[in-house]
Design a protein around this ligand. Structure first.
Ligand code: ATP
Length: 367
């Protein structure tokens, strides 16, 4: 397969269960060697999309292309992809070695090739000594690593991982996040990972597809998803977001002039996200992350200033969540250093760098 062939292409997939449309016309191109995560709340269609790629579900319409080949009509075991499930799905009465070698056996590889492949896989997951055990004699984390080795052994184009760390406790989960990411880098395989955990998605992925109601709301790098969310849903789902309503009062080349709660602000024109454009008179939503606000007596040069009233503070160790309210009554939650804001209901000035603001173009009719 030439490098330029995408590992997976999903074209115009629609999948309904009865009247309910679980996947609503999704298209997605995944380049080879990428770690991509489908992220979204429960029921948004992540698993349905993954299972459609794997071949466990047949789409109502659309196509699934793997390694340049249309596999839409092929059953799962013929497709050059393998799935890893949350509940491991290992064969309980087979040794770890047989589990890991199972896909290779199915492919008709020779005994000695299978042995060599199993050894390499057990090295890769750093469990070279558990080959003769049965899965029941392993810890949850070890079982999931064996499941990963089993899925990788037949050398698929891509691994499809459906909440593979969901059954593990937090400490183990963090450990396996690192391990999974490192195995993905070492093998150079394309990983399509499903989770509803934003931190997991942000820390592991090259790309994140944020899903809602059977559609992809935004496909971007974790950094861009966080700093330049394309929609209010993405802004609110990935990290904490403060939102202010504003209106465009002028545009002049590189700058956008806004009226926000009676104040006049100027932000870079490229602060508008989601490939949208705005014109004078348009209603917009400003997204400001809690850690991008400084509470202080004097703003830095060019900083936007928003007068507010402090309400409550929640001490979290190295940082404090400060709840406050603008003069127009918008509630904001900020993240500040302990001791940087006096306790109590005082008037404060909030300062924000103009390039820390993301601007969402409101849909017409919702302004
Ligand atoms: P979760 O994180 O809870 O697993 P998800 O984003 O993976 O959520 P899906 O499992 O893809 O969501 O389900 C999407 C929607 O389709 C849900 O409303 C679900 O109830 C519905 N659904 C999924 N499978 C079936 C099925 N076999 N029959 C009927 N409805 C289904």
């Amino acid at each position: 397969m030439p490098d330029s062939t995408p590992a997976i292409e999903v074209r115009d997939i629609v999948k309904s269960f009865g009247e309910f449309r679980a996947i609503d016309n999704v298209s997605l191109t995944i380049e080879s060697g990428v770690f991509i995560t489908l992220l979204g709340p429960s029921g948004c269609g992540k698993s349905t999309l993954l299972r459609t790629i794997a071949g466990f579900l047949t789409p109502d319409s659309g196509a699934v292309i793997v390694g340049g080949r249309d596999v839409t009509a092929l059953p799962p075991h013929i497709r050059p992809v393998n799935m890893v499930f949350q509940d491991y799905a290992l064969f309980p009465h087979m040794s770890v070695r047989r589990n890991v070698g199972f896909g290779c056996e199915m492919k008709g590889m020779t005994k000695s090739d299978i042995e060599a492949r199993v050894d390499a896989m057990l090295e890769l997951i750093r469990l070279p000594d558990v080959g003769d055990r049965e899965p029941g004699a392993l810890s949850g984390g070890q079982r999931q690593r064996v499941a990963l080795a089993r899925a990788l052994a037949p050398d698929p184009v891509s691994l499809l991982l459906d909440e593979p760390l969901g059954a593990l406790d937090l400490k183990l989960r963090l450990e396996l996040q690192h391990e999974l990411k490192s195995i993905q880098r070492t093998t150079g395989k394309t990983f399509v990972f499903v989770t509803h955990d934003q931190d997991e998605a942000m820390s592991m992925s090259d790309l994140v597809a944020v899903m809602k109601d059977g559609r992809i709301e935004q496909l971007d790098t974790p950094r861009a998803i966080y700093a330049r969310p394309a929609t209010a849903f993405v802004a609110g789902f990935v990290g904490a977001a403060n939102m202010l309503s504003g209106r465009v009062v002028g545009t002049d080349g590189a700058a956008l002039r806004l009226e926000v709660e009676g104040l006049h602000w100027s932000v870079p024109a490229d602060a508008v996200t989601g490939g949208r454009t705005v014109a004078t008179g348009d209603a917009v939503t400003l997204v400001i992350r809690p850690e991008d606000v400084i509470v202080g007596p004097a703003p830095g040069r060019g900083e936007l200033v928003l007068p507010a009233r402090a309400r409550t503070q929640t001490f979290l160790g190295g940082r404090v969540h400060l709840r406050c309210e603008t003069a127009a009554g918008t509630a904001l939650t900020l993240e500040v250093r302990p001791g940087s804001v006096p306790e109590g209901d005082g008037a404060i000035d909030l300062h924000v760098a103009p390039d820390a603001v993301a601007i969402l173009a409101n849909d017409k009719g919702h302004s």
